[in-house]
Design a protein around this ligand. Sequence first.
Ligand code: FES
Length: 143
Amino acid sequence: MVEHPLYSPIVVDHFTHPRNLGEMENPDGMGEAQNPVCGDTMRLFIKVESDRIVDARFLTFGCGAAIASSSIATEMIKGKTIEEALLITDQIVIEALGGLPPSKVHCSILAEMAIQKAVEDYREKSRLKSPPPLPSPIEGEGI
Ligand code: FES
């Protein structure tokens, strides 16, 4: 395994062997997050069945810490309900990665934001797929 003076072995592993990398066809939700300072961008795709995330993929244009955060985030949300996925914060991502150097803490925020946005997108699409039922006709009002 490659060792790095700043990054934990978990970060190095996820950066050198990213899990679930690539675009997803017909995702149920897609969330994109960008850091306005460095410009790094993460795109997260989710497949959802009965409100549970059954698959997740990502595309990240950014630094090694952002790629590792994206990779581990996809692993963390798979199998979770969307409510459980929303509880994943950047701090939880950092812990799962075995820590990040202080200057790279912001990279994990991309993962948290992308999860939130992918769930938002999923909820919006679900709402459009099943619009609320039409109000029933008022009794006595014939044509
Ligand atoms: S340096 Fe900006 S996300 Fe990593």
